[in-house]
Design a protein around this ligand. Structure first.
Ligand code: PGA
Length: 236
C-alpha cells in the first residue's frame, strides 16, 4: 500500500486529481468508480479545471458511483446522483449516458443491486475506484457488520453515519435511514484503489483500518488485501 500524508486539503485534492487524470490519459475509455461526500470535492474541482483547459478528455470514460440514499430520486438535492451531476458531470465532457449511480428509488433494492453488479461486470470491472472513509470505517455505505458483503446491496445506515451526514440536510430527521451500496466484490476487483481522507476525525479510523486486523467491523480494513491501494490523508 502507498500511504501518503500531506499537509493540506488542497494538496490532497491536487494529488488525487492527478492520479485520476493519469488514469484517464493512459486509458481514455476507462471505467472510473466515483465517490460522493465532502472529501472528493476538491479533486473534482481540479478535474473540471483540467477538462475546461482542454488537458483532459472524459468523452470515452464510463463512471459507476458507489452508492445512493434509499428513497431519493436524482432530482433530490441530497441524492448522490444530483451531487455527481452538480459537482462533476455538468463540468466535464463526460457522456451522461455513461454515468451510473445505483437507483435509490427502485422498488426492489436487492434486485437493483444484482443489476448494478451485472452492469459493472459487463463494463469489464472498474479501472480506478475512488473512495472516502467514514468515521466508522465504512467505504461506500458498507457499514460495520459481522461479515463483509460482496454484492451491491441495500443497507441500514449506522447512527454515526446519520450523524455525520446530517450536516447536508435541514435536520437530522431528514437523513434517509437506508441506502444502496456497491459491495466489496466490485470494489476489491477494481484494478486500482485511491482512498482519500481529510481531517483529524479520520485519523483513528485510518489507523484501525490499515494497521489493525482485517475485520468486517472496520469495513475499510478489507483494503489490506488489495494489491494496489493508495491512501492520501491530510489531517488539516
Ligand atoms: P466525507 O465522507 O468525504 O464527507 O468525509 C466520507 C464517507 O462517508 O465515505
Amino acid at each position: 500500500m502507498n500511504y501518503v500524508v500531506v499537509d493540506t486539503y488542497e494538496e490532497l485534492s491536487k494529488k488525487a486529481s492527478g492520479i485520476i487524470a493519469a488514469q484517464v490519459i493512459m486509458k481514455p475509455d476507462c471505467v472510473l468508480g466515483l465517490a460522493t461526500g465532502s472529501t472528493p470535492l476538491g479533486a473534482y474541482k481540479y478535474l473540471a479545471e483540467m477538462c475546461a483547459a482542454g488537458e483532459l478528455d472524459f468523452s470515452e470514460v464510463t463512471s459507476v458511483n458507489l452508492d445512493e440514499y434509499a428513497g431519493l430520486d436524482g432530482s433530490h438535492e441530497q441524492s448522490y446522483r444530483y451531487f455527481m451531476d452538480t459537482n462533476l458531470f455538468s463540468k466535464i465532457n463526460i457522456d451522461r449516458n455513461k454515468t451510473f449511480v445505483p437507483s435509490g428509488i427502485a422498488s426492489d433494492l436487492a434486485h437493483e443491486g444484482e443489476e448494478y453488479d451485472k452492469l459493472i461486470e459487463g463494463l469489464g470491472g472498474i479501472d480506478l475506484q475512488l473512495l472516502g472513509i467514514g468515521v466508522d470505517g465504512h467505504i461506500g455505505f458498507n457499514e460495520p457488520d459481522r461479515v463483509f458483503i460482496a454484492q451491491t446491496h441495500p443497507v441500514n445506515l449506522d447512527e454515526s453515519t446519520i450523524d455525520a451526514n446530517a450536516r447536508f440536510f435541514s435536520s437530522r430527521d431528514d437523513v434517509p435511514r437506508a441506502a444502496i451500496t456497491m459491495g466489496m466484490k466490485s470494489i476489491m476487483q477494481a484494478k486500482k484503489i485511491l482512498l482519500i481522507a481529510n481531517g483529524q476525525n479520520k485519523k483513528a479510523i485510518l489507523e484501525k483500518a490499515f494497521s489493525g486486523p482485517v475485520d468486517p467491523m472496520v469495513p475499510a480494513s478489507i483494503l489490506q488485501l488489495h494489491p494496489d491501494v493508495t491512501v492520501i490523508f491530510s489531517e488539516n
